[in-house]
Unconditional design. Structure first.
Length: 364
């Protein structure tokens, strides 16, 4: 007798949890909500013990802007974690662009100005890639773009981590959540440059009239004018594209179609390196609050693109980000950056086995 049964393809899903919070106006209520989300995840984070160096990875926000996770929201969460480990700390890496957060001194000043300091939180704040962002460690991976990635040493030397990611849009990836916090947020300066290398603008000198409009809008001080022509300083450029918008002659352009996909692919390959460095001992909490067009690196306040939603969390960064995209609405991100498909990062992350995009969502 013939056996007609076929083996069904294995479909894997990840568990993702949502803790709804629509009113983010009271610190006490927010802190209790974050604690209650954490308490749900805590049994899955058995790797945090009293001796482990446990990093809370987040972004302090740019000076003068209010789009960042506020330290007052984390008081209950931090108190709870301090009972589990004596070696709890906040961690971040230096930025590529040349604002205060591009070195550890300026960065810690900005952090303290936003309430992230030992005296306010009772735990230290560490800049994981050193004074000037050069302290990285090579982690080998199997990616399409990289065989090894350069991750901040302070991240690699941590035993485990909790990633708190403020969800926003992003000028190059379309969407910024856990994968961006992992990939770009944990790379050393060299690692960040390697991810950005495909998204730098090109200048057609014949079209350039030397007006300086591009130089005036560049947030990274990456353009100069020499002999009445724009000149790019590649090491400073963060690929934001502001110059291409300012130029009236079309002399400066970024080939976005191919490059934004590559940028997202490189970013998630770095995320894979971080996951490998930490032996997958990572918990992810995405904050869907004050979701703006641009990420927290902008030094200006922006209007949210959707009402506040709450916290999406879990143990799989791909599923947590995909759920965050779906709940905000993929079309919202495509509306604000029509030339960028944010799903490119999800597709590549799944391809390199960083996680899975299918998820089961549970209210907690
Ligand atoms: S893309 Fe243009 S505006 Fe943005 S950092 Fe680079 S040179 Fe400056
Ligand atoms: S804005 Fe355009 S034309 Fe003006 S200096 Fe820059 S590249 Fe040249």
């Amino acid at each position: 007798m013939q056996n007609h049964s076929k083996t069904a393809p294995k479909i894997t899903t990840s568990k993702v949890y949502i803790k709804r919070l629509q009113d983010w106006s009271g610190d006490r209520k927010i802190s209790e909500t974050i604690l209650s989300a954490w308490k749900y995840l805590e049994p899955m984070a058995g790797f945090i013990d009293k001796n482990s160096f446990t990093a809370i990875k987040l972004t302090f926000g740019e000076e003068g802007a209010d789009g960042y996770i506020k330290p007052a929201w984390l008081t209950d969460f931090i108190s709870s974690l301090k009972q589990k480990t004596e070696n709890l700390f906040i961690v971040e890496t230096n930025t590529l662009y040349r604002e205060k957060r591009s070195n550890a001194v300026g960065h810690l000043h900005v952090a303290a100005g936003h309430g992230y300091s030992l005296d306010k939180l009772g735990i230290p704040v560490i800049i994981a890639d050193g004074l000037r962002g050069r302290d990285g460690q090579n982690i080998s991976i199997r990616g399409d773009h990289f065989e090894n990635v350069k991750i901040a040493r302070g991240i690699c030397e941590s035993d485990n981590a909790i990633f708190l990611s403020h969800v926003t849009g992003h000028m190059q990836s379309g969407f910024a959540g856990a994968l961006k916090n992992l990939g770009m947020g944990c790379a050393s300066r060299q690692g960040k440059l390697l991810q950005h290398s495909g998204t730098l603008p090109e200048i057609t000198v014949e079209k350039c009239i030397g007006c300086g409009a591009c130089m005036n809008v560049c947030p990274a001080n990456a353009i100069g004018i020499k002999k009445k022509k724009a000149v790019l300083v590649k090491e400073r450029c963060i690929g934001c594209g502001e110059c291409t918008v300012a130029c009236r002659t079309g002399a400066i352009e970024i080939k976005y179609d191919e490059n934004v996909v590559k940028f997202q692919e490189k970013m998630v390959e770095y995320a894979l390196g971080v996951k490998k460095a930490l032996g997958s001992k990572i918990v992810y909490l995405n904050f869907l609050e004050h979701v703006t067009k641009n990420c927290d690196c902008m030094s200006k306040n922006e209007t949210p693109i959707v009402p506040d939603i709450g916290i999406i969390c879990g143990m799989d960064p791909v599923a947590v980000d995909k759920a965050s995209m779906d709940i905000v609405g993929i079309t919202k991100f495509k509306e604000i950056f029509p030339d960028i498909d944010p799903l490119a990062q999800i597709k590549h992350a799944e391809k390199i086995k960083l996680g899975v995009s299918r998820y089961e969502l549970a209210e907690i």
